[in-house]
Structure formats: structure tokens, C-alpha cells
Design a protein around this ligand. Structure first.
Ligand SMILES: Nc1ncnc2c1ncn2[C@@H]1O[C@H](COP(=O)(O)OP(=O)(O)OP(=O)(O)O)[C@@H](O)[C@H]1O
Length: 304
């Protein structure tokens, strides 16, 4: 494990939010954190306290509390429009909550500074792929380290010592991540030529190359075949085991969620209606009524 944390590619961060809603909040300058800088001490811990968010007259989130332990795989589920993406966008600083705060590794934010997400050890993937389709797999994954670069523009242009060492180091890290996700053979392929399921895996690689303390995955298995979902689940679990990353994922496939998650938070109309182990959630009557729609004795965790 490397002590250094790396940043998301600025180009990707600045392309947020992806949904194009009229009332999308602008990213505001974040206040300086009040407490100590997040260190190894609180690495991977995330807490939300009383998060409320609305868009004009639409309430997206109401007083959400969430406590995620280091190394945990935590799913956020709920019907369409329940507030899942909004919550992920609050965690990653795309939205500023109307009320409440986000605690990342012991540092409290009213709005998480998106541009510093990587320094905080947070990486994310997107519901709609946000890859550079015209670049190779290797270049896309290396771009996940863009903020780690310490050398200046001139050094990079001139290919001076530090810039060259950083480039070599970045490529080596990217190669290791590709190997980890069984993508090495595809490293020179243009992303646009890959099937969708593999593009999703490349996006995971780009997030993982920074060895993040907290990995936010927005529907990582959407649009995948059952086989691809199984593979992806295995990679997500392996990533947690290998890098010690805390994983927070939004996923609609209940079978996957039940099988992969340590704990599950369930949202409905912007409120958290349940939070617990897959077994707890599966037998929770409010969850069954709002989301699962099946009696617990009749299901195998496959859902809906
Ligand atoms: N930028 C926005 N502008 C206006 N309304 C928004 C915006 N983002 C979300 N909303 C609204 O907030 C509510 C929660 O939406 P959100 O996308 O967070 O739900 P979700 O659970 O992620 O849904 P889905 O599963 O369909 O992706 C919805 O009523 C949605 O229309």
C-alpha cells in the first residue's frame, strides 16, 4: 500500500454533474476543513450526518445519516428517484447539502472539495461511462493519476528528470492495476472498440489505480450480462481485499447487492428507511413494501 494518494482526472471531475438537470447545483468553493487533515488514522471511514438536499421544490434527500466503516462494502439501494445518486454526489462534492455535513476520515465538510477528492483518498466511477473513448486503455487508466503529478508544465514539456520518473511510475502503476483486473492484454486497445462490460471494468481500473481509501461506484454493473456482473462483483471484492478500500456502491441488481455487500442502506423518497446486513434488509417489511415487493420466505435474494 502506498502512502501517497492520487487525484481524479480534473477533466472528469469538471464534467460533473452528468445528468443535465436544469437545477443542478453549481460547485461552490468549499470551506477549509475545520479539523486535522485526513490521515491514516481515519483512512476509509465515511460518515454522513443529517444530510438534506432539495432542488427547487423537489426534495431529494431528507436528514440522511450514514456511517461506513473502513474496508466495508456498503450498498445504497432504493427505487428510481429515491436519492441514491444525489447522495453519492453529496459525498463526492458535486452537490452541497442544504443541511448536514460529510466526514471523510475525520475531516468534516459542509461541501466536499471535488477538486481535492483524490488527496482525500476518494475515487469514483460514473453511472454513464466517463472514459476518454479515443484513448487507449492504458492511457485512460494512467489518467486516474493525473493529480499525483508534482512536476510542472515546463518540466513535462521538456521531459525533465522528475516528469520522466513520474510518467514511468504512473505507467507502472497503471500496468499493475490492469494486471489486477485482467485487462493487460487490452492495454493498447482504444476504449471505444471495447464491449460495454469491459469499458466498465476500465473505468474501475482508472478509479483503482490511485489505490483509494474510499471507492464510490455508481451502478458498476449496469447494462452487463450476468457473467460480466459476476466477474465485476469478484473484482470489487478483490479490490477491497487488495487495497483495503472502503466501497460504497449504488446497484439495482438485488442479487448482486445481497451477495456482495456487508451492509445495505435503503432509500425511499429521499429518506433512509433501513440500514443493516443483507439478511436484516431482506426481511425488513418497509423495504419489502417500498422496494423488494416480495415476501422474504419466497426469495433467494434475487429480488424484484
Ligand atoms: N440536478 C437535479 N435537478 C433537479 N432535480 C434533481 C436533480 N438531481 C436529482 N433530482 C431529483 O431528486 C430526486 C432524487 O434523484 P436521484 O437521481 O438522486 O435518485 P436515484 O435514486 O439515483 O434514481 P435512479 O435510480 O433513477 O438513478 C428525484 O426526484 C430527481 O428528479
Amino acid at each position: 500500500m502506498h502512502a501517497t494518494t492520487y487525484a481524479l482526472d480534473e477533466r472528469i471531475a469538471s464534467s460533473l454533474p452528468p445528468d443535465g438537470f436544469e437545477h443542478a447545483r453549481s460547485i461552490e468553493a468549499a470551506p477549509q476543513p475545520a479539523g486535522p487533515v485526513a490521515g491514516e488514522h481515519g483512512r476509509g471511514r465515511l460518515e454522513l450526518h443529517g444530510i438534506s438536499l432539495s432542488f427547487g421544490g423537489v426534495t431529494a434527500l431528507t436528514e440522511i445519516d450514514l456511517s461506513v466503516q473502513p474496508g466495508e462494502i456498503r450498498a445504497i439501494i432504493g427505487p428510481n428517484g429515491a436519492g441514491k445518486s444525489s447522495l453519492l454526489n453529496v459525498i463526492s462534492g458535486v452537490y452541497r447539502a442544504d443541511r448536514g455535513h460529510v466526514d471523510i476520515g475525520g475531516v468534516v465538510y459542509r461541501q466536499v472539495p471535488t477538486q481535492k477528492l483524490a488527496q482525500l483518498g476518494v475515487a469514483r466511477t460514473f453511472q454513464n461511462l466517463a472514459l476518454f473513448k479515443g484513448l487507449s486503455v492504458l492511457d485512460n487508466v494512467t489518467s486516474g493519476l493525473a493529480h499525483a503529478t508534482r512536476s510542472g508544465f515546463v518540466e513535462q514539456i521538456l521531459g525533465l528528470g522528475r516528469a520522466r520518473r513520474e510518467e514511468a511510475d504512473g505507467r507502472e502503476r497503471a500496468m499493475r492495476t490492469l494486471d489486477f483486473l485482467h485487462l493487460s492484454d487490452l492495454r493498447d486497445r482504444l476504449v471505444a472498440t471495447l464491449p460495454y462490460g469491459l469499458q466498465k471494468r476500465v473505468e474501475l481500473a482508472r478509479a483503482l489505480v490511485a489505490e483509494p481509501a474510499i471507492l464510490l461506484l455508481d451502478e458498476p454493473m449496469a447494462g452487463m450480462t450476468a457473467t460480466e456482473k459476476g466477474e465485476m462483483s469478484g473484482f470489487v471484492r478483490a479490490a477491497r481485499d487488495e487495497y483495503g478500500s472502503t466501497v460504497i456502491l449504488i446497484e439495482h441488481d438485488i442479487g448482486v447487492v445481497m451477495e456482495l455487500s456487508d451492509r445495505i442502506a435503503v432509500l425511499d423518497y429521499g429518506r433512509k428507511i433501513a440500514d443493516g446486513t443483507p439478511r436484516d434488509v431482506r426481511s425488513n417489511q418497509r423495504v419489502i413494501d417500498a422496494y423488494l415487493g416480495i415476501a422474504p420466505e419466497n426469495e433467494e435474494g434475487e429480488g424484484i
